[in-house]
Design a protein around this ligand. Structure first.
Ligand SMILES: *Cc1c(COP(=O)(O)O)cnc(C)c1O
Length: 429
């Protein structure tokens, strides 16, 4: 079979709920992947930051294989000898009293919403069925019916109603908007759900002090600060968690993706006893959540992140990535700016959101051996595995700049140089 045959199979038998680049991958190791023809690529997406520890990390895969040969699933009807060890490990690692294990990011977000509501009614004294959760414009928290109910991405929402009530959407990176919403809904707000950096929206890094200010407002109004670190967590942004940049401890922490290094679906909700203890037997659960394989894999994946200093690597390599790419972008007409934190970065293409320029750039980069994907039309996210060597990262930067060069001047209706130039070509954050 050639790549076209594999793609044809997906096209005929799979629902068309994604629009992938036409590349069929067959193998991965570290920061590299290979297609079915044996062509090598740098993976600059990392499965949306799930593969922070690199593809097929031997310690993580080893833990999975060993556990899979021993015991895979007991359900939570019985105890198993991995879950408690994992729960202690993950609680110590992130500094919380308790964890509630789930499988996917969206499930963990749903869990956090249920937890916040229950806390609101049973601890905070909000009248039954009146709790509100404040969320942000352009949020991405997953794909369940409730989660898309508070999205403003029409493509994600349209024709999936009726929607779930109980959410108030405010501008991101706007403490005044948060304060106003808390004030206007005093005594009814269970929590503020926020991504410390908006990943899917296009890697929007909020102003310095935003997370700290938001946490303080939540404390002042007696509401829970809920951080969705599914994409930003596990060393991606240069710290274990993105909230660590401002020394903020969320009341509820949501993790997924790289908590398993991308080898198995694992997600987690962490909170202290005052919040987590509202959940009693039978009130929430999942057949696979906290299974022995997930527990063993997550312990290995979190251990690797520490042992290999992935946060420090992300911080250092991220600085280099932005400064090298920034040098080119300074004199580019096709690329407006590079922004991000750690190794979660994006380049904004100087074209309108519906143009296919960013897509075409990604297609060309793939030909040259680098995989990345546009997010929201004219923004390309670059998030290689954190184990990437500096040399390979710079090879990647070369491919990116060589490709951008080919596209200079071809954007539809591009605007003259002086209007393009962002005052800061590199948003140093
Ligand atoms: C990917 C993501 C999710 C959803 O995770 P799934 O595992 O795809 O359900 C939730 N929140 C954020 C911030 C994400 O990036």
């Amino acid at each position: 079979m050639n790549q076209q045959d594999y793609i044809a199979l997906e096209d005929q038998y799979g629902a068309h709920n994604y629009h992938p680049l036409p590349v069929v991958l067959a193998r991965g190791e570290g920061a590299k992947v290979w297609d079915t023809d044996g062509k090598e690529y740098f993976d600059f997406l990392s499965a949306y930051s799930a593969v922070n520890q690199g593809h097929c990390h031997p310690k993580i895969v080893g833990a999975m294989v060993e556990q899979a040969q021993t015991l895979t699933l007991t359900s939570r009807a019985f105890h198993n000898d991995q879950l408690g060890k994992y729960e202690k490990f993950v609680c110590d690692y992130f500094g919380f009293d308790k964890v509630l294990p789930m499988n996917t990011g969206a499930e963990a977000v749903e869990t956090a919403i249920k937890l916040a509501r229950k806390w609101a009614y049973e601890v905070s004294g909000i009248p039954e069925n009146e709790a509100q959760i404040i969320v942000c414009e352009n949020n991405f928290h997953g794909r369940t019916t409730t989660i898309i109910s508070f999205s403003n991405d029409e493509n994600a929402r349209r024709s999936f109603g009726p929607y779930t009530d109980g959410f108030i959407r405010i501008a991101y990176d706007d403490l005044d908007a948060l304060k106003a919403a808390l004030e206007a809904n005093k005594g009814r707000v269970a929590g503020f759900l926020v991504e410390p950096i908006q990943g899917e929206a296009g890697v929007y890094v909020p102003s310095e002090g935003y997370l700290k200010g938001a946490k303080e407002l939540c404390e002042q109004y007696g509401t829970l600060f809920i951080a969705d670190e599914v994409q930003t967590g596990i060393s991606r942004t240069g710290k274990r968690l993105a909230v660590d940049h401002e020394n903020v401890k969320p009341d509820i922490l949501i993790l997924g993706k790289a908590i398993s290094g991308g080898v198995y679906p694992v997600s987690a909700v962490l909170a202290d006893n005052a919040v987590m203890n509202v959940i009693k037997p039978g009130q929430h659960g999942s057949t696979f959540g906290g299974n022995p394989v997930a527990a063993a894999v997550a312990m290995a994946a979190l251990t690797v992140a520490e042992e290999e200093n992935l946060a420090e690597r992300a911080e250092e390599l991220g600085q280099k990535f932005r400064s090298e790419l920034g040098k080119y972008i300074k004199q580019s007409q096709i690329a407006k700016l590079v922004r991000g934190k750690g190794l979660l970065n994006a380049v904004v293409i100087n074209d309108h959101e519906e143009s296919d320029t960013a897509w075409n750039i990604c297609m060309r980069m793939a030909e040259k051996g680098l995989l990345a994907k546009p997010t929201h039309g004219n923004i390309i996210r670059f998030a290689p595995p954190l184990v990437i060597s500096e040399q390979d990262l710079m090879r990647g930067v070369n491919i990116i700049t060589e490709t951008l060069k080919e596209f200079e001047g071809v954007a539809q209706g591009h605007v003259p140089m002086q209007e393009v130039n962002h005052p800061e070509h590199v948003e140093q954050v």
